[in-house]
Design a protein around this ligand. Structure first.
Ligand code: MN3
Length: 210
């Protein structure tokens, strides 16, 4: 997530092929999601920054975190589009075609401590993702005490800068699953778990605690 953190934002290629997550997440969905939806957030964010050159020195994280301090007329555009860029990069980065093993190491320990078992964690996370009304995300975050928590956000809001450090997210906007899973979000969530790269999540956990 270190690359291309400043204007002018570019749509970085996926770290795997579009078809890499088949049969869980289909190639057509990945094309649409990355090349159309994420591209639109990138274009809209670049446009608002082009029109407001003072904002061009903000990093992506700063745009997400300091939205409320920006001129009122740009706040919504920045919130939705900087959030959209940050959230989609975060989501695409944590998926893998190499087969998803279960969490290990410290992450596995913490999930066990916090939720009883990995299975219980998956059930609670699934329930949270199902509870998002309309469009949004479910997240696993680390709070300031180093405790894992599940939370949800609407639209393209992100928990980043809410005094928690996100390590896992599921995009439950219909565009993330409608072509393959139709309206059955539960099936998508189950398939999504099969392609989570727990190594990425473990690395994020270490960075959050570091
Ligand atoms: Mn999306």
């Amino acid at each position: 997530m270190q690359e291309n953190q400043y204007y002018k934002f570019e749509n970085l290629p996926l770290p795997y092929d579009y078809g890499a997550l088949e049969p869980y997440i289909d190639s057509k969905t990945m094309h649409l999601h990355h090349d159309k939806h994420l591209q639109t957030y990138i274009n809209n964010l670049n446009q608002v920054l082009e029109e407001n050159p003072k904002l061009q020195e903000y990093s992506l994280e700063q745009l997400v975190c300091f939205t409320d301090t920006l001129p009122p007329e740009v706040q919504n555009k920045v919130r939705n589009n900087a959030g959209g860029v940050y959230n989609h990069r975060f989501y695409f980065e944590e998926l893998t075609n190499t087969g998803s093993e279960n969490p290990s190491g410290l992450l596995s320990e913490k999930l066990g401590e916090q939720f009883g078992s990995i299975q219980n964690f998956k059930e609670k996370f699934t329930a949270a993702a199902l509870s998002v009304f309309g469009s949004g995300y479910a997240w696993l975050v680390v709070d300031m005490k180093g405790t894992l928590q599940i939370m949800t956000t609407p639209n393209q809001d992100t928990p980043l800068c809410q005094k928690v450090c996100p390590i896992l997210s599921i995009d439950v906007w219909e565009h993330a699953y409608y072509l393959k899973h139709y309206n059955v979000r539960a099936d998508y969530i189950k398939d999504w778990f099969a392609v989570v790269d727990w190594k990425v999540v473990e690395k994020r956990l270490e960075e959050c605690l570091g």
